[in-house]
Write a protein that binds this ligand. Structure first.
Ligand code: N01
Length: 541
């Protein structure tokens, strides 16, 4: 066996996951290089630069807790930071902690092959170089393979075609343009109120309406920032213990347990609190009971009808085919108000779909809409797309995408796959449905501890056992099916079931059992000396 490695670990991606992994690996004494195809750190926040992009979690738990220096010195300016500010934050973290020297930019990982005899990963880069490393980590993110709409003729359009997840780095001036928007998930919903006042005319092509919770945007104050800094450890602890990774106290009551009047009062107060407070703090069963989810749906439909002055538009905006939580909850400030503007038109493309792109715009039935710019906010091949687009070649020449085609997309705990030794995934398929910085940081810490254990105990290879993969697949399925997300998600064609990508097998792409339950499983694996990550012949060690 010829180890002869360039680094202990290579991490693909310099977003939240790559940065957290580098931090914990460096702390554990592993020489690590982070490789990113883009020109800067940021990952999702680097590529998703569309107007209006911002977090939908509040800043205290949309950040890392691991560095006291960063916590003390960085000051967020808004409750829900803009994408630009998140990017500045990540640059600050990297510079403050002197991480750039471990990073390579403008460099794509082309292929990674496991050399079984030497027990190393040989990673081919776009620079032509091949690096040999003991550990390969994917930090490629969960929503990083954008998809275009399944509509013919895209190349015939003579105007400007944009995708929210591939926004030009130099920006794009939409002032005075006739703009068409396709896609109303979180991306399309955020862009709508931001660009409407700027463009000449905005045509929104809606296939499935969404339940949009109002976000209450505000600036931070020095007093509030000081308080957050003082109490940061408690904030982080509460977020880590919350099923959705947010600093919120889980609600105690079912929506069906209280009187109609009381229910409305609670819905109203959490609607005013804004953002995920509505989804998480009203009642304890909006994600698990269909009737309760429908009560929340009806409250939001009432809000839509009260806000949107044109009754026909209001009815079109009300989701009627599925209930709240059937899609990932979007939180946006002033979305419904936008439809009261004279320069905004909603077009229903559910009853009459967009049939083609034309030279001048798009055709919907017999009508051609002439547009200068078309923005596609049509989402991602979520969770697995980033991993299947790359040749990750494990034992016996098996490629990871072949394994995914067999159905075991989550391996063990979404971290490791049988047949792919020493390949670990940060925020892999079937990890928690959550505010992401929390599982990202906890996951990076877990990986560093697991690899330290292997190093200290002479274990050459960490690799999910086949039994653990089967167990995890069953647990993911069980947990998902005990929520409303399964039935409602199917109706809504949610990405978390893979239903937004034609031909993708329907399967939970995320773990719906809650972040704290997931962390307990990870803790158990550690207490059990990572046995479920050690191939059978090594378990006796
Ligand atoms: O993508 P999506 P997204 N004709 O898949 C429509 C995260 N995120 O980028 O529902 C017409 O949700 C499709 O219609 P339908 C967050 O986790 C977070 O918006 O399939 N429409 C749908 O409306 C989020 O959940 C933030 O009928 C077509 C849209 O495209 C995830 O990313 C911000 C169509 C796709 O929505 C994905 O969000 C942004 C067609 N032919 C994103 N094809 C934060 O706030 C597709 N659509 C932090």
């Amino acid at each position: 066996m010829d180890k002869n490695t360039d680094y202990d670990a290579l991490v693909i991606g310099a977003g939240f996951s790559g940065i957290a992994t580098l931090h914990y690996f460096r702390e554990a004494g592993f020489s690590t290089v982070v490789v990113d195809k883009e020109a800067e750190v940021g990952g999702t926040w680097w590529v998703n630069r569309y107007p209006g992009v911002r977090t939908d979690s509040e800043y205290p738990y949309y950040s890392f807790s691991f560095s006291k220096e960063v916590r003390e010195e960085w000051n967020w300016s808004e409750r829900y930071p803009t994408g630009k500010e998140v990017l500045e934050y990540l640059k600050f973290v990297v510079d403050r902690l002197d991480m750039r020297k471990h990073m390579m930019f403008n460099t794509k990982v082309e292929k990674a092959v496991y050399n079984e005899s030497d027990k190393v990963w040989e990673v081919t880069l776009s620079t032509g170089k091949t690096l040999r490393v003991s550990y390969l980590v994917s930090g490629m993110g969960v929503l990083s393979k954008p998809i275009w709409p399944d509509i013919p003729g895209r190349e015939t359009f003579k105007g400007t075609l944009l995708h929210t997840a591939m926004w030009p780095s130099e920006g794009f001036d939409l002032a005075g343009k006739r703009v068409g928007l396709i896609g109303l998930g979180s991306s399309g919903l955020q862009i709508t109120p931001t660009i409407a006042p700027v463009v000449d005319h905005l045509t929104v092509f809606q296939r499935t309406p969404n339940f949009v919770v109002d976000a209450t945007l505000s600036k931070t104050t020095p007093e509030e920032l000081a308080h957050v800094k003082e109490t940061y450890d408690e904030i982080w602890e509460r977020a880590a213990a919350h099923p959705f990774g947010v600093d919120m106290v889980p609600a105690q009551y079912s929506a069906k347990e209280v009187s109609e009047e009381e229910r409305d009062r609670i819905f109203e107060s959490k609607w005013k609190a804004g953002g995920f407070h509505f989804a998480n703090e009203c009642f304890n069963d909006l994600a698990t009971d269909h009737e309760s989810a429908e009560l929340a749906s009806e409250f939001i439909r009432k809000k839509i009808r009260e806000t949107v002055t044109d009754p026909e538009t209001a009815e079109l905006l009300c989701p009627k085919d599925y209930s709240f939580n059937g899609k990932r909850v979007p939180t946006v400030a002033g979305y419904y108000d936008t439809y009261n503007r004279p320069n905004v038109k909603l077009v229903d493309v559910k009853s009459t779909p967009i049939t083609e792109f034309t030279e001048k715009g798009v055709r919907v039935g017999d009508t051609e809409y002439e547009l200068d710019v078309i923005i596609c906010a049509t989402g991602f091949d979520a969770m697995t797309g980033n991993l299947t687009k790359l040749d990750i070649v494990g034992r016996g020449g098996k490629v990871l995408r072949e394994k995914f085609a067999e159905g075991l997309i989550g391996g063990n705990l979404g971290i490791s796959y049988n047949g792919f030794p020493n390949f670990l995934v940060a925020l892999g398929p079937q990890t928690p449905y959550s505010n992401l910085p929390v599982p990202i940081q906890l996951g990076a810490q877990w990986m560093a501890e697991a690899l330290s254990y292997a190093r200290d105990n002479g274990i050459d290879e960490l690799e999910a056992t086949t039994e653990s993969e089967q167990w995890w697949a069953e647990e993911v399925d069980r947990a998902g099916k005990s929520t409303v997300m399964f039935e409602q998600g199917k109706k809504a064609k949610a990405w978390f079931l893979g239903d937004n990508v034609p031909g993708k097998p329907q399967q939970f792409q995320v773990y719906m059992g809650g972040g704290q339950v997931y962390q307990d499983f990870c803790r158990q694996a550690k207490e059990d000396n990572y046995r479920s990550f050690r191939a059978p012949e090594l378990v006796n060690a």
